[in-house]
Design a binder for this molecule. Structure first.
Ligand code: AP5
Ligand code: MG
Length: 213
């Protein structure tokens, strides 16, 4: 099963994608996590990506597409995957489509986690992320067992550099301009499913699981 998670920054794509990956035994692939891991390790890619990410802008398609196509070509993706944060532009979606079509394949579901802008800024300022394993928490809604420490790997939790309110506003603007058109794109392909992302995260997951079967 090949699934795309669509939604604004902070809509809960990452939170839901992890649960989908676990339930259906497929890898969770987040381009944002891949970039953050590269930033943490000080790679050339990380340094290039950081310049855009800190401003709330998208990393150029040339950098992003290759990373994603290399990742989905790996052995563990044979049985499918859940993409979180990719595609984010129409050109990215077209490249993915073509790459899949060459293999006689296609995306099964594009799940749009729908959350209005008003809810987003609040969610982001409460988010704490583990840069080691990619786990995400919320200080109020989904707190870790021990404050400031990742439940999964014991590493310290941080406020992401791009979660400052000003940057979040930029990211929302970029989302509406460049990413929202993908909703139409996948609707036309007949694979779009929209869920109400303002519900409790367990209810959001139930709605998604009901779609995926
Ligand atoms: P990326 O890491 O993908 O960030 P994003 O899309 O902005 O999304 P977020 O990770 O911020 O939010 P999310 O939807 O995953 O929400 P989460 O589950 O964490 O990308 C970062 C940057 O990398 C981009 O800005 C860009 O520069 C670059 N980039 C990445 N991919 C790219 C691409 N393809 N092309 C170009 N550039 C790219 O939830 C948010 C918070 O809410 C958490 O605290 C969570 O615990 C909480 N929460 C989740 N669900 C609920 C709920 N139901 N109720 C209450 N709280 C909840
Ligand atoms: Mg995320």
């Amino acid at each position: 099963m090949k699934i795309i998670m669509l939604g604004a920054p902070g809509a809960g794509k990452g939170t839901q994608a992890k649960m989908v990956a676990e339930k259906y035994h497929i890898p969770h692939i987040s381009t944002g996590d891949i970039f953050r891991a590269n930033i943490k390790n000080g790679t050339k890619l990380g340094m290039e990506a950081k310049e855009y990410m800190d401003k709330g802008l998208l990393v150029p398609d040339e950098l992003t597409v290759k990373i994603l196509l290399d990742r989905v070509a790996q052995e563990d993706c044979q049985g499918g995957y859940v993409l979180d944060g990719f595609p984010r532009t129409i050109p990215q979606a077209e490249v993915l489509d073509r790459a899949l079509a060459e293999l006689g394949d296609a995306i099964d579901y594009a799940v749009n986690v729908d959350v209005p802008d008003e809810n987003i800024v609040n969610r982001m300022s409460g988010r704490r992320a583990c840069l080691s394993c990619g786990a995400t928490y919320h200080m109020v809604h989904i707190p870790p067992k021990k404050e400031g420490v990742c439940d999964t790997c014991g590493q310290p939790l941080v406020l992401r550099d791009d979660d400052k309110p000003e940057t979040v506003k930029n990211r929302l603007g970029v989302y509406h301009e460049q990413t929202q058109p993908l909703i139409d794109f996948y609707e036309k392909k007949g694979v779009l499913k929209t869920v109400d992302g303002t519900q409790d995260m367990k209810d959001v997951f139930q709605a998604i699981a009901a779609i995926l079967g």
